[in-house]
Design a binder for this molecule. Structure first.
Ligand code: FAD
Ligand code: SF4
Ligand code: SF4
Length: 458
């Protein structure tokens, strides 16, 4: 095992999406030592899989590049990729975290030259493209990946492909002997920023996701828009590659409902995401019939309302209705809905249906438990908490996405008091308190007393 990393004054951030990166950078830039761990081979999280970013409709690579520059400029921030927490012991102010590091089989000497592209033949479904496309067994996750280093898929280890890749590398950057490792990280506070995953559209039975390739999810559409994605950035029918002339977005797909296979809560961001995606269609083909089917359109704030109106101005139709079913008729897709404004049943025949399936949190709440039990025909169990959170921040433990209280990254305002509690750091600096009082206070909080250098006593 490698030497322990960090001290009780360090902050550990788990998950390097935009949330984790922001928290880590803001903490490091105030002088804290921060260790940011990420289970994928690159940082950036889900936004690396988005084409554009609302509300400004810029490319996420722009914001990522700025953050990458801040990361490179900050020696207090250490990043570990392919890393996952295995165990947390201790208490707030004094955690020991065991982290498992998966082998990358490529070391720091890698220049990301890609010279071995032809040497490796094996191909696998690409998770970055939500498995709509493929990548090679040795790959750079995406063009701007950080760290800018290739990865060897463990499935080609001990095959000719791995040996050929090693022979093709001129920089001695491939180490096929790398093995899984464990390290202990000392940290005074932990920020859990493990983000979300898309809800499984196949569970929403009446919406035809598993039956018709022209029913896609909103995350898949983001990949279809990307010039490096599975359709080369062209908005074409997944079924036959022809240009799309009409599209319907189904909001709250599998959401805000107690039906079997649905989740009860609002994801908060998928209305804005669909407006953004409707504009993708209008940008590509202003004549494309673009309809958003919603029961409530949730784009709070002045910017959200402006964004919504800008899409109306561009000719996007917003229709209030409950979608009953998406099926395949003789002439293609049929969307049956109850129109809430006209109070009548209607049918729409778009060439593509996009399901706004929303976000499922990766930690804390376990909404899948509710959905699975419903599939078995049991009464809905409601949302369950999967495990105790490290810091139980009540304000963001609900099912809805938390809104930042002060409009800026407030996570370090939450964790700093934990990390810097006087008892944990400078017991001797408390005026008027004797040794007995200090020991008593530390014991009350489950902490080991520390000397002025932060080292544990006793
Ligand atoms: C279709 C769609 C379009 C969207 N478009 C926009 C947009 O235009 N503008 C906008 O502002 N928002 C948009 N969003 C929302 C945006 O994607 C999220 O707000 C953002 O990804 C949240 O970032 P995050 O860091 O919290 O989580 P994530 O991006 O999910 O990052 C979490 C990270 O934690 C890692 N991780 C998970 N578990 C572990 C573990 N156990 N150990 C270590 N690491 C772990 C993950 O690999 C990941 O890298 C969109 C969402 C959807 C669904
Ligand atoms: S491992 Fe070697 S060949 Fe492959 S990208 Fe890195 S430096 Fe180039
Ligand atoms: S953000 Fe919109 S589409 Fe998403 S769950 Fe909430 S209301 Fe439905």
């Amino acid at each position: 095992m490698m030497q322990p990393v960090g001290t009780s004054r360090s902050i550990l951030v788990v998950g390097a999406g935009i949330g984790g990166i922001t928290a880590a950078l803001e903490a490091a830039e105030t002088g804290k030592v921060v260790i940011l761990i990420e289970k994928r081979p690159f940082i950036g999280g889900r936004i690396t899989q988005l084409y554009k970013y609302f509300p400004k409709l810029c490319h996420p690579t722009c914001g990522l590049e700025i953050n990458q520059r801040r990361i490179k400029a900050n020696p207090r921030l250490k990043i570990l990729t392919q890393a996952e927490v295995e165990q947390v012991t201790g208490t707030s102010g004094a955690y020991t975290v065991t982290v498992r590091l998966a082998p990358r089989y490529v070391n720091e000497r890698c220049t990301a030259c890609g010279d071995y592209a032809d040497a490796v033949e094996a191909r696998f479904a690409d998770d970055l493209d939500y498995r709509m496309g493929e990548r090679k067994g040795a790959y750079l996750p995406y063009a701007m990946a950080y760290p800018p280093r290739y990865v060897i898929d463990p499935r080609i280890i001990a095959t000719h492909d791995a040996e050929r890749a090693k022979d093709a590398c001129r920089y001695d950057a491939i180490d096929l002997e790398m093995r899984e490792e464990r390290i202990d990280i000392q940290a005074g506070a932990i920020i859990w920023a493990t983000g979300w995953r898309p809800y499984d559209a196949a569970r929403i039975h009446p919406y035809g996701y598993s039956d018709n390739p022209n029913v896609v999810t909103s995350v898949e559409l983001e990949r279809m828009m990307d010039p490096r994605g599975p359709t080369g950035g062209r908005l074409v029918h997944p079924s036959d590659g022809k240009e799309i002339n009409s599209v319907a977005f189904v909001q709250c797909a599998g959401r805000r409902s107690m039906q079997p296979g649905h989740l009860p809560y609002c994801s908060g961001s998928c209305c804005a995401a669909s407006i953004k995606q409707a504009l993708y269609f209008k940008d590509a083909n202003p004549r494309a019939e673009t309809t958003v089917l919603y029961t409530d359109l949730r784009v709070p704030g002045a910017r959200g309302e402006d964004f919504y109106r800008s899409a109306q101005d561009r000719g996007v139709t917003f229709s209030k209705g409950v979608v009953r079913e998406v099926s395949t008729g003789n002439d293609g897709l049929e969307v049956k809905l109850q129109d809430k404004l006209l109070d009548q049943e209607s049918v729409l025949r778009p060439e593509l249906v996009v399901l706004a399936t929303g976000l499922v949190p990766n930690a804390g709440i376990d909404p899948d438990a509710a959905a699975v039990s419903n599939d078995d025909g049991d009464a809905p169990k409601g949302v369950e908490v999967g495990f105790e959170s490290v810091l139980n921040l009540n304000y963001c433990q609900g099912t809805d996405l938390p809104q930042l209280v002060h409009g800026f990254a407030d996570s370090h305002f939450i964790c700093f008091p934990y990390e810097t509690r006087l008892c944990a750091r400078h017991p001797g600096a408390l005026p008027g308190l004797g040794q007995h009082d200090l020991d008593h206070r530390c014991a009350q909080r489950g902490l080991r007393r520390r000397d002025a250098d932060g080292l544990p006593q006793g």
